[in-house]
Ligand binder design. Structure first.
Ligand code: AHR
Length: 490
């Protein structure tokens, strides 16, 4: 029996809705054929965006979308992606498969996608191979409402009004694909580039600095020491790779030990956030600078027969579990984590949607975002868990992962994941300072490698969960093996 105690009166921090953000890069079939098919496609679309994909994404309330990369961002020259499509300059996408990029999806198309999704744009600028002037002009093009060469250009390209982009990244992985820089050098570049990324009108930019690769605490220390006062947020990238970078392991067909080891690696996010927060606290004890985990998720060997540069992988209940654990961690750290962006939205890495021609499926990870969406902008409340340790020998971790929040109507939302593959788990959940009124719940459960295919797209999907009994202040329920529940207490 596992026990959870939730104190609804002990509010800890607001769960920024942007924690449920996404990432879309010019990589494989994420943008092209994933979300964007062009106006002339047979696949039903609105201004070139797939209607089925947009509708599904609207359902999970995508709050923010990062674009155009990733590694692609530091090779991207935004002026190549505006104006008449026939004359847009082509380029080679050297990072991702060496394919020719025709730039038919550019700034205007991205803003149109965000409009249709009802989300905030997060634009990542080019420090690695771009100039200060190029970055400065992009911000002016997107945000200035006065008379200027950039606003004239924007208007000539069909957008009378600026978009008011708030989230702006100054480089990506500049310790690696974004220029192989040392933190001291990047910190200086950040100070310089961000100076010319201006605020226009009422719009105050959130200037986002490139943060560390996983556990590179030295990067955080050096960048915060020098550039901390100039930034609003610092990023962190961490991927869950079951094996090694050379031999990552497959998305399906894994064994139980690999399942548990993958979850253990996903849980490393907890340590990373705590440790980077400690380093940040040295320079920013008041938490003015937010931590943005703008790339996270599982990374496996690509599906057999697919382009190795396209990073296309299946998605199973193991991925759903990684998402559930990670989102619970982000919720628990919402005093510092202000945004996160799963990599990537469609057809790439831990995607929430896969497409094949005109077909589309929702992955188990998508359903976790659906189960968790009520946490967006709610107040995290104190939760305490007592559960067994589980996993492979020497690598054990707690069997149950939870987070709880109270929304503005006073409704309590609990998300819990039972990571065990062996047998169901009875759970007793005690509520303090909250009466158990109307209770409703949904569950996502299945074998560890259960997944959806284009022939069976609904093999894994949430079901109503009517097994919660209420007695006084205590909820009791039994979670099947490998399951995730969302419980709502009105
Ligand atoms: O998400 C795929 C790649 O992973 C991104 O382009 C890069 O930033 C990271 O290394």
């Amino acid at each position: 029996m596992s026990k959870i105690t939730i104190d609804a009166a002990r509010k800890k921090s607001k769960i920024n809705r942007n924690i449920y953000g996404h990432f879309s890069e010019h990589l494989g079939r994420c943008i092209y054929n994933g979300v964007f098919v062009g106006e002339n496609a047979k696949i039903p679309n609105e201004n070139g965006m797939r209607k089925d994909v947009v509708e599904a994404l609207r359902n999970i309330q995508v709050p923010v979308l990062r674009w155009p990369g990733g590694c692609f961002a530091d090779e991207y020259h935004w002026k190549d992606g505006i104006g008449p499509k026939e004359t847009r300059k082509r380029m080679v996408n050297t990072n991702w498969g060496g394919v020719t990029e025709d730039n038919s999806f550019g700034t205007h198309e991205f803003m149109e996608l965000c409009r249709q999704l009802g989300c905030q744009p997060y634009v990542n600028g080019n420090v690695g191979s771009g100039t200060v002037q190029e970055m400065s002009e992009w911000v002016e093009y997107m945000n200035f409402d006065g008379l200027s060469p950039m606003t004239e250009l924007r208007k000539a390209n069909g957008s009378e009004k600026p978009w008011g982009v708030k989230y702006f990244g100054v480089g990506n992985e500049n310790w690696g694909c974004g220029g192989n820089m040392r933190p001291e050098y990047y910190a200086d570049l950040f100070r310089r580039y961000q100076t010319f990324a201006r605020n226009y009108g009422e719009n105050k930019l959130c200037r986002i600095a490139c943060g560390p690769n996983g556990a590179d605490y030295n990067w955080t220390d050096k960048v915060m020491a020098s550039a901390g006062p100039f930034m609003d947020a610092l990023t962190l990238h961490y991927y869950t790779v079951p094996g090694t970078w050379e031999k990552k392991g497959h998305a399906t067909g894994f064994d139980e030990a690999q399942y548990y080891d993958t979850l253990k690696k996903a849980l490393f996010m907890e340590e990373l956030i705590s440790n980077h927060t400690q380093v940040m606290n040295k320079y920013d004890p008041k938490h003015r600078v937010g931590l943005i985990v703008d790339e996270w998720g599982t990374w496996y060997d690509v599906e057999p027969g697919t382009n190795p540069g396209f990073l296309y992988q299946q998605n199973t209940m193991r991925d759903a579990m990684v998402a559930a654990l990670t989102l619970n961690i982000f919720n628990q750290h919402s005093d510092r984590v202000v945004m996160a962006n799963i990599a990537q939205m469609v057809n790439v890495l831990q995607a929430v949607i896969l497409t094949e021609g005109d077909k589309m499926l929702l992955t188990p990870t998508y359903h976790v975002f659906d189960l968790y969406k009520a946490h967006q902008d709610a107040e995290l409340v104190d939760s305490f868990v007592e559960s067994a340790q589980i996993g492979t020998e020497g690598e054990e971790f707690p069997q149950l992962s939870v987070s709880a929040s109270v929304d503005e109507k006073g409704v309590l939302h609990l998300t819990a994941a039972n990571t065990s593959l062996t047998g169901s788990e009875p759970v007793e959940c005690r509520l303090l300072n909250k009466e158990a009124g109307k209770v409703s719940a949904r569950i996502l459960a299945g074998a560890m490698d259960a997944h959806n295919t284009f022939d069976a797209p609904n093999a894994v999907q949430p079901e109503p969960f009517d097994k919660v009994t209420v007695k006084g202040e205590t909820l009791t329920f039994t979670m099947p093996a490998c399951s995730i529940v969302e419980i709502t207490v009105e």
